[in-house]
Design a binder for this molecule. Sequence first.
Ligand code: SAM
Length: 300
Amino acid sequence: MLKYLFIETANGNRKMSYNLCDYNTVNRILKKYGFTFSKAMGQNFLIDDSVCPAMAEELGADDGTAVIEIGPGIGVLTKELCRVAGKVIAIELDKRLYPVLDETLAEFDNFELVCGDVMKIDIKALIDEKLKGFEHIKVCANLPYYITSPVIMQLLESEAPIEEIVVMVQKEAAERLCAEMGTRKAGAVTAAVNYYGAAEVLFEVGRESFMPSPKVDSAVIRISLTAGRGYEIRDKKLFFSLVRAAFSQRRKTLVNSVSSSLSIPKDKITDALVSLGISETVRAEKMTMEDFAALADKLL
Ligand code: SAM
């Protein structure tokens, strides 16, 4: 298998282009920098040469597209994104990877590394500061699994001009994100996805596609943010507090979990449910978006 090749840059210099799906090449790079995988940072690097090109293709980027990647690792997906997009900004927390990325992505001049924790970065401000003039802004990542839902919630709630999010997540998380409200797989993040857009599973990826191999399989999903379903919600903050409270103890009835989480008297919630024709023993997973919206309005 081809391990690396040289590419000629615009000024005639030659730069190394690595095959970051080649096991020996990756091992050599990791050894050179003394890198060891951190479980705490969710480090499972893609090593399957069919996955990253497929993700980049699903993203449908062109010169007018800027892509934000979360957690580039050693740059395997980043490379594919740099090939198709006008600009790629990658946010990476692990300092040990900065010199690695310097080397593995040296051939691209449309790449910028942002050092830090994605959960502490204001994505809207980042876009305003660095991506002015791009027609389309998209997010693509093999997400660190320990923060899948918080990252997606943060992206959705940022109300940044992001059109589309194509991300790899654990299979169970994909099922939750793409579930229909009112079904057993739905959760608080499902409501957020439904409020801001629509999600679909694109393809599944087996655990053997990663280094090291995780204990679970994964799936790539698309969340389209231009496809907002326009739910009428009067108080968005209350709506989402209600949804979060309802799902916080999903085995309990909605009355009990909302009452204990939001300190609302049980009879007030029961009266609101009954007036809406919803059973007073309903659980969060049986509630539709419309049910939650109507209940939030009643509790205003
Ligand atoms: N994109 C690479 C790939 O597909 O091989 C790496 C994906 S690995 C699942 C997750 C990456 O996210 C790692 O590089 C990890 O260091 C980084 N990461 C973990 N927590 C992060 C955070 N809070 N902010 C930014 N990056 C983070």
